[in-house]
Design a protein around this ligand. Structure first.
Ligand code: NAP
Ligand code: MG
Length: 486
């Protein structure tokens, strides 16, 4: 496929400058692979090292600036993003494939995150308690960690970079961002906004390019004191092993296999809506998406029939078109993974009861479109009930009762999000105490989080402190404790 000459080129950003572009890589539209959204500079290990040096040089100045003044730069960047709101939404849909309303919702979230952490600049708390000793004043104040590396995935291409960058910056750290190669433009726009807002040189640096090639350069740069990563378990485990050699601080948000339990006493209509939403919107490519519906025997047949009926009404197509519910898979690899698991699921659990095929013909041929797919009668041990697929493929599992549903829900290595649909308050409370996941919802979809609360999972899904809300400071700052005799 050729690249049209008019395609915009996006440089890396190191030490306050857009650097010279030599080699590039393409970002293509997964709904129409004829369209190249942009050409991005392919960063090298030397670029990564230059970024780390620039970030180190900028650290003292940035950390020494009053935190409310750092906040003012984030407020200004938020204003700049606000002015480009429609453009940013459309770019995300063209680059990542999610529908335009979903993309705009995510841009809105990124702007809110910048504003929230901007405000934290004048609220950042420490610890002040009475001393045991006379005329001794004790307190602990927050200080930055230093240079932090942020490695982000493609599925929330603006929200995730925003929820890592904003707390890192407000705490006084300097930053290197390595965006996902399939959707680097959104993170690039955040860096552009910070540049336009007047952030001092070297405080934020952007190096795009292959994670496999840049990862080691980032993790091993001696200036880098912490890495925040969101992505696959495979890469997260590698970062864990590599980073521990230097004992640098890490935060890993990785895969999931999130359950929604549907009890016999649930409001059927809303349970169906919540499961369809959580399983299929954003093409099932949310880390918090539901991929297992665990349904109590008493309501199983009725629920399954209603879910199939609802799912058949979902429209799949180019997310730029009004009325489309589900965009394409992000790339050929993601589509192939879905098709592979549909094959595995068919052998294990029988043919899907809904969907199951790649969509072809007309405009579908130019994108990575797939039908939302439901497997019924899935056993908890089946691979489609155990392994992350990261696409619109749902396994429906029958549970004898609440205890059986809880057992099935928890019987996986992952623990990111989890949901229950029930009208019984005691059951809901039992579930809240017993569910092995970091993010729980009751009578809501398993996906859909807010930035002012801690975010992250447990078990194999996560490692290290939580992200977002006040919890973000646990990762991006450290305490300095002072004992003062007067
Ligand atoms: P991925 O392949 O692990 O990539 C994530 C990021 O890591 C990308 O920027 C990637 O760069 C980079 N990378 C690849 N190899 C690397 C290496 N050796 N060293 C350092 N960085 C490296 O994950 P993905 O396919 O983008 O995202 C899907 C996964 O993310 C799913 O498992 C999903 O569950 C998970 N996820 C989790 C959360 C959460 O909050 N828990 C949120 C969203 C997504 P390239 O793009 O250049 O390969
Ligand atoms: Mg990948």
């Amino acid at each position: 496929m050729s690249t049209p000459q008019s395609t915009p080129v996006f440089a890396n950003y190191i030490n306050g400058e857009w650097t010279a572009v030599n080699k590039t890589f393409e970002s293509r539209n997964p709904a129409n692979t004829d369209e190249v959204v942009g050409l991005f500079a392919k960063g090298t290990a030397a670029d990564m090292q230059a970024a780390a040096s620039a970030a180190q040089a900028a650290l003292a100045g940035w950390a020494g600036m009053p935190a409310p003044a750092r906040g003012n730069i984030l407020y200004k960047a938020a204003e700049i993003l606000e002015k480009k709101f429609d453009q940013l939404g459309a770019e995300m849909t063209r680059e990542e494939g999610k529908t335009l309303p979903e993309a705009k919702g995510e841009v809105r979230r990124a702007i809110n995150i910048f504003r929230y952490f901007a405000g934290e600049g004048s609220r950042m708390d420490g610890v002040m308690v009475p001393s045991e000793r006379e005329r001794v004043h004790v307190f602990a104040m927050r200080k930055p960690i230093g240079v932090v590396g942020l490695v982000t995935p493609w599925n929330f291409p603006i929200a995730i970079p925003a929820w890592k960058m904003a707390p890192a910056l407000i705490c006084g750290n300097t930053v290197i961002v390595k965006p996902a190669s399939v959707s680097p433009l959104c993170a690039w726009r955040l860096v552009e906004a910070l540049h336009e807002a007047g952030i001092p040189k070297g405080v934020i640096n952007f190096v795009a390019g292959s994670g496999g090639e840049l990862g080691a350069a980032l993790v091993n740069a001696p200036e880098v004191k912490a890495i925040s990563f969101t992505g696959s378990n495979e890469v997260g485990n590698w970062i864990h092993a590599e980073a521990s050699k230097r004992r640098i601080r890490i935060q890993l948000e990785m895969g999931g296999k999130n359950p929604t339990i549907v009890l016999g006493d649930a409001d059927l209509k809303s349970a169906v809506e919540n499961v369809a939403n959580a399983s299929f919107f954003s093409t099932g490519q949310k880390c918090t998406a539901t991929s297992r519906a665990i349904v109590e025997d008493a309501i199983y047949d009725e629920f399954l029939a209603a879910l199939i009926e609802r799912t058949k009404k979902l429209t799949v197509g180019d997310g730029m078109t009004a009325g489309i519910d589900i965009g394409p898979c992000v790339d050929q690899g993601a589509l192939d993974t879905c098709l592979k698991y549909i094959d595995i699921g068919t052998k294990e659990s029988g043919a899907p009861v809904c969907g199951g095929k790649r969509l072809t013909g007309g405009a579908y041929d130019k994108g990575f479109f797939i039908e939302p797919t439901i497997f019924a009668g899935v056993e908890p041990s089946h691979r489609i009930a155990q392994e992350e697929i990261f696409g619109p493929v749902l396994a429906v599992i029958r549970a004898k009762d609440f205890d059986d549903a809880m057992r099935i829900a928890n019987d996986i290595p992952y623990g990111l999000s989890s949901s229950i649909q029930t009208s019984n308050l005691s059951r809901a409370m039992d579930y809240i105490y017993r569910a092995e996941a970091g993010l729980l919802t009751v009578n809501l979809p398993s996906a859909g989080v807010e930035y002012q609360l801690p975010f992250g999972g447990t078990k194999d899904s996560s490692f290290g402190p939580k992200e977002q809300g006040p919890a973000a400071f646990d990762f991006y700052s450290d305490f300095k404790t002072v004992y003062l005799k007067y």
